[in-house]
Write a protein that binds this ligand. Structure first.
Ligand SMILES: [Zn+2]
Length: 187
């Protein structure tokens, strides 16, 4: 990483010097000036390549699990480069609605990809390690109780059901909220 940064900085310095000194070369791109196209490419690292394939597959799977309008927005905005005002015009939907749709879609994607991020990059794993739901042997059952909850009601009935059916006393609803948000399925 550090080496990349140093190389990049040198490249910037050289480019700036080339800009200052060499007017004849100014129509060449920085890469052409520095002869980067002649450098041999690194041989691909098979492990890194396998990982990026796993990541791509998981992202595709997660996007496929979104609702149709969420998926459409993510693909158009993040993959095809449409801006939100442009999409508002194209779809006839108000901008604020698209903005909240995007927020929801990204939140869901983050949740869906959380296990992958923990597995592949070791990020966020420590919170799952401390989560009593993740640690519970009854986790699947608890996840079902959480998924089946009434979204208009409080967490109290869910907490009661988990205590009674799974023998796990949860004192703070934040634990369930955090678990639902960050430790979701998709492995
Ligand atoms: Zn959890």
């Amino acid at each position: 990483m550090a080496i990349d940064r140093v190389v990049f900085r040198n490249w910037k310095v050289e480019t700036a010097q080339a800009d200052a000194q060499d007017d004849d070369d100014r129509w060449l791109s920085a890469e052409e000036r520095l002869g980067l196209f002649e450098l041999p490419l690194e041989p691909p690292d098979p492990r890194a390549q396998a990982r990026s394939e796993r990541v791509i597959r998981a992202v595709r799977r997660a996007i496929a699990l979104l609702d149709e309008d969420e998926r459409e927005l993510i693909i158009r905005y993040h993959f095809q480069g449409f801006g939100l005002p442009e999409l508002a015009e194209l779809t006839g939907r108000p901008l604020y609605k698209l903005a909240s749709l995007q927020k929801r879609a990204l939140r869901r994607l983050k949740g869906l990809l959380r296990p992958l991020v923990a597995r592949e990059f070791g990020i966020g794993r420590s919170t799952a390690r401390l989560c009593p739901v993740c640690l519970s042997p009854q986790r699947e059952r608890i996840d079902m109780l959480i998924a089946a909850r009434d979204h208009r009601a409080t967490w109290i009935p869910v907490m009661r059901a988990i205590a009674e059916q799974c023998g796990l006393p949860i004192r703070n609803p934040q634990i369930l909220i955090g678990h639902e948000k960050y430790h979701g399925e998709l492995s």
